[in-house]
Design a protein around this ligand. Sequence first.
Ligand code: TRP
Length: 454
Amino acid sequence: MAANRTSIHGQWSSRWIFILAATGSAVGLGNIWRFPYETAENGGGAFVLVYLVCIALVGLPVLMAETMIGRRGRQSPINSMKSLAEEEQCSRYWQLVGIFGVAAGFLILTFYSVVAGWTLSYVFRALSGVFSHSSVAQIQNMFAALTSDPLRLLAWHTIFMAMTIVVIARGVKGGLEQAVRFLMPVLFALVLVLVCYSLTMPGLSQAIAYLFKPDFSQINPGTILSGLGHAFFTLSLGMGAIMAYGAYLPEHISIPRASLTIAALDTCVALLAGIAIFPIMFSYGLQPHEAGAGLIFKVLPIAFGKMPMGNIIGLLFFVLLMFAAWTSAISLMEPATAWLVERKGLTRVRAAAYTGGLAWVLGIGSLLSLNLWSKVKLFGMTFFGLVEYLSVNIMLPLGGLLIAVFAGWFMSRASTSDELNLTGYGYKAWKLGVRFIAPLGVLLIMLHTLFGIF
Ligand code: TRP
């Protein structure tokens, strides 16, 4: 039974536009901000290894499954899950996976916008040329000065959320496509420029060893859960962002090939960002695990201050990091917006304003937990820490698990093989991934870390 729906939200113009949009979603703060500091906090190379294994074994099959469900359903994640569950004669409770996903995306958007706001602020700092006449200590203090000032954080958070609302309000062709078309290639070029600079740094060999020589004693359930959570985060999986983008994918495009390209590009950017950032860090005697979430903001400006044309490169770097965050934030806002349009018949403009407005309000909690509320702890974490932990380490893996189970066990062979256009070994490998490896992997790791079982 072929599903012949069309999306009311529009369609991507070509295969490359979809790849750019999905890569735009995938490549974001996760690659350039979160990956380096997660690596630093979870034992360096051990984390990188776990992360790569998770991308290949769990990330890729789930990426294909999400795109496939999206294209077959052709609606927001909630309604796509609902329609497919009906079509495959499964319980209508499967739409809870969509609801859960939209909620997770929402939570991520709240703190994502706060961090993207830091990036905006650094764009203006770079523009002022301040890095070239500041000492290492002054640069580190700049970051503390920003995060301890709630009003400044609020201003940047507000501007970034407004930028995201504007793109979403303009729709798939008029907003999303235009945004990703030029930004992504330039971002890639800039990462390469920074890598070239880092290749000349004395800390290079130490950095390469740090990233690629795993100390196996550092691999523990905590590292594995973080690696898994990050694999979902960086590929934008587990909450329906890719499902929403898949809904706009034209019929003839190969999902396996597009998924491979997206996963490969995303992984390359993360590793290259690591190769760009860590040598600078080691060259200046900074210890990765001390920097925390401020890592790139405290480290890269030092290099920008010293390198030839550093002000320009620094400016470009933060502009593009901001763009990368922007193309990702869009994908966090799209599922909820599309759902409001479908369900409540709102215009896109209104739906985007409601979604963004609510995320903006919740984001204020994260922003305050960096300063006024820094002593307020829930389960030993700040508000920001808790929202991040809940959404990234719990909701994304759980959402990914359920999506994999649905695609692997509840959708018929006819519909999955038809939609993926896969047969033979390729299909078997995918099925193995979504039926066993992804669900069992996620389940075992979560049972262990959360309840101490095994
Ligand atoms: N993948 C993005 C990043 O690496 C973040 C992101 C966008 C995301 N959409 C998502 C994460 C959906 C999880 C789910 O920065």
